[in-house]
Design a protein. Structure first.
Length: 240
């Protein structure tokens, strides 16, 4: 077992924080040491993030997670003893006692894995080639209770949802949204990250976040994944 820094936070720097106002405490689970090391190096350089433990297999991940109670667990799909889907079910599933926030990180871009992870309670699904920025964004989103899926996965997955579950008449109306909010919804459904939205719309990050919040409030949605699902179901993506 590899324990990065024990169960207690030690002087985490200020920045994006967990629900208690302290640093976001992260547990990393992957059977490849190089992957764990890479994630740890990325996260530890960020303000307000602390890696509290590392696990090399699924059983160790469950044991560490239940003992350390991290804010976010980064879990690989394929691990010895217990795979990432089972780990997610045990830690975040509907029958989990005091569930934790799990982000599944994998090299396998397969719909079955995405469906399984989300069904078992994961609040994020990232491909390992997503890049440091998206990894950090997923950790911070999970700590806030939000959800983030790799953009390439989101577009394919939500397009299928739109094809399989057409919008109701109540959902179709986009009347409450401004033209700019509709454009933001389209771009989110196309898989754009917040930084890409800033660049494409020539606005600040705070403005992008404000638009996303407004869309969620007006449409009664919880996060950007639901915004994208709404856009695909209602045909907003193709409406230019």
């Amino acid at each position: 077992m590899t324990n990065a820094s024990g169960s207690s936070a030690s002087g985490g720097s200020t920045g994006s924080t967990g629900s208690t106002g302290s640093a976001i405490r992260v547990l990393i689970a992957d059977d490849q040491e190089m992957v764990r090391t890479g994630f740890r190096l990325i996260l530890q350089t960020q303000p307000g993030v602390e890696v509290v433990g590392e696990a090399a297999d699924g059983a160790e991940c469950v044991e560490l997670a239940r003992r350390l109670r991290p804010d976010v667990c980064l879990v690989d799909i394929r691990m010895p003893k217990l795979d990432g889907l089972e780990v997610t079910r045990l830690l975040a599933g509907p029958r989990a006692v005091d569930p934790l926030r799990v982000v599944v990180v994998t090299t396998f871009d397969q719909d079955d894995y995405v469906y399984g992870a989300l069904k078992n309670g994961a609040c994020g699904f990232l491909l390992k080639d997503a890049g440091p920025g998206l990894l950090l964004e997923a950790v911070r989103a999970a700590a806030r209770g939000d959800a983030l899926i790799s953009p390439s996965v989101t577009v394919r997955l939500l397009k299928r949802i739109g094809e399989q579950r057409p919008a109701s008449s109540d959902e179709v109306s986009s009347g409450p949204l401004t033209e700019r909010e509709l454009e933001v919804a389209r771009l989110v459904a196309d898989g754009r990250t917040n930084q890409e939205l800033c660049a494409e719309l020539c606005v600040s990050l705070s403005t992008v976040k404000s638009h996303l919040t407004n869309i969620q409030v007006k449409l009664g949605l919880r996060n950007r994944v639901e915004i994208a699902a709404w856009a695909w179901r209602c045909g907003v993506v193709g409406d230019r």
